[in-house]
Design a protein around this ligand. Structure first.
Ligand code: PXG
Length: 295
C-alpha cells in the first residue's frame, strides 16, 4: 500500500506522522508499560496468540489491566495489519500505564494507552546473517529476578541499551549479557543458544532471560529434527569454547554468532546445526498452523 503506515492509538487509526501520545503518559515518563514484537510473513502473524499471552502475563506482573480481552487484542492486531495492507510486516504492540501526572504513582493513571504499530524492521544485514555476527560479553549484568526482571517484557530497556552501546563502541554486532551470578543470560533483543558435541544448550528460565517465543519454537524444532536440547546454566567459558553459537528472536529469527569477545567460535563460519535450524525455521514462517492467518 502506498502512503504512510497507519498506527492504532486507543481505538483510532492515525497516519504515522501524526501518531503521537501525551508527554504525561507514564510509558514516556517512567518506562511504565509492556510491549511485544510480532512478525508477519506472507500474511501470517507468527505465534500471535503466544505473543498476546506473554503481553498479558507481563501486564499482570506489573498490575496493569489491559482494557480489552485477549481475543479482542488479537482481532485488533489483525485489523490493524489488514488496514495497512502489509503481508510482510513487523508489529509493535505497546500498552503503557497511560496518562498521569508527574508523580510516578500508577494510581494517577486512569486508563492504559494501547498502541499498535505496523512497519518494517531490519536488525542485521544479509552479510552479518550469512557470515555470522560478532558479539561481546557485556560488562552490564541483567537485572535480578527479584528486581526489575527481564522476564517481564517491559518498556525498561536501558539495561539492554547500555550493553548495546558497549558492543557499538568496539564495532561488534551484538552484546551477550550475563545474569547476576555470572552465567550467560541473553542478548540485547534475543535469546542465546550454544552447541557442544552435537547437543544444543540454552540458559534456563531461572537465568532471568525473557522466555522467548522464537526460543521455545526453536527448541521444539530442534527436537523434531532429532537433536537433544538441554536447558542449563552456561558459563562464559562454555560460551567461548562452544562449537556453535546462535541467537533467536522475533525480528532476526535464528542468527549465527561466529566470534565472541575476540574468540573465534568453531571454524569461524555458521555451524552445521545452526544452518540446519535456520533452514527449517524459515519454512515455519508464513505457515498458517504456526500463527494467525491475516490475509
Ligand atoms: N530477549 C530479549 C531481551 C528480547 O527483547 C528476545 C529475547 C527474543 O524473544 P522473542 O519472543 O522475540 O523470540 C527479545 C525480543 C528490537 C526487538 O526492536 C526486540 C525484540 C524483538 C524484536 C525486536 O530490538 N525482543
Amino acid at each position: 500500500m502506498e502512503g504512510e503506515p497507519l498506527v492504532y492509538i486507543d481505538g483510532e487509526l492515525v497516519p504515522k506522522s501524526q501518531a503521537k501520545i501525551s508527554v504525561f503518559d507514564h510509558g514516556f515518563l517512567y518506562g511504565d508499560g509492556v510491549f511485544e514484537s510480532i512478525l508477519v510473513t506472507n500474511g501470517v502473524a507468527f505465534k500471535l496468540k503466544e505473543h498476546v499471552d506473554r503481553l498479558y502475563d507481563s501486564a499482570k506482573a506489573i498490575c496493569l489491566d489491559i482494557p480489552m480481552s485477549k481475543e479482542e487484542m488479537i482481532k485488533t492486531v489483525v485489523d490493524v495489519v489488514r488496514a495497512n495492507g502489509l503481508r510482510d510486516a513487523y508489529v509493535r504492540l505497546v500498552v503503557t500505564r497511560g496518562v498521569g501526572d508527574l508523580g510516578l504513582d500508577p494510581r494517577k493513571c486512569q486508563k492504559p494507552t494501547v498502541v499498535i504499530i505496523v512497519d518494517k524492521i531490519k536488525l542485521y544485514g544479509e552479510e552479518a546473517l550469512s557470515k555470522g555476527l560478532t558479539a561481546i560479553i557485556s560488562s552490564v549484568r541483567r537485572d535480578r529476578v527479584d528486581a526489575t526482571t527481564h522476564e517481564v517484557k517491559s518498556m525498561n530497556y536501558l539495561n539492554n541499551i547500555l550493553a548495546k552501546l558497549e558492543a557499538n563502541a568496539v564495532g561488534a554486532d551484538e552484546a551477550i549479557m550475563l545474569d547476576d551470578r555470572g552465567f550467560v543470560c541473553e542478548g540485547t533483543a534475543d535469546n542465546v543458544f550454544i552447541v557442544k558435541n552435537g547437543v544444543i544448550y540454552t540458559p534456563p528460565r531461572t537465568s532471568g532471560a525473557l522466555p522467548g517465543i522464537t526460543r521455545a519454537r526453536v527448541m521444539r524444532l530442534a527436537e523434531e529434527l532429532g537433536y537433544k536440547v538441554v536447558e542449563k546454566d552456561i558459563t562464559p567459558v562454555e560460551l567461548l569454547t562452544a562449537d556453535e553459537v546462535f541467537l533467536t528472536g522475533t525480528a532476526a529469527g535464528i542468527v549465527p554468532v561466529t566470534k565472541v569477545a575476540g574468540r573465534v567460535i568453531g571454524n569461524g563460519r555458521p555451524g552445521p546445526i545452526t544452518k540446519k535450524l535456520m533452514e527449517s525455521f524459515k519454512r515455519l514462517l508464513g505457515d498458517p498452523s504456526e500463527g494467525v492467518k491475516i490475509f
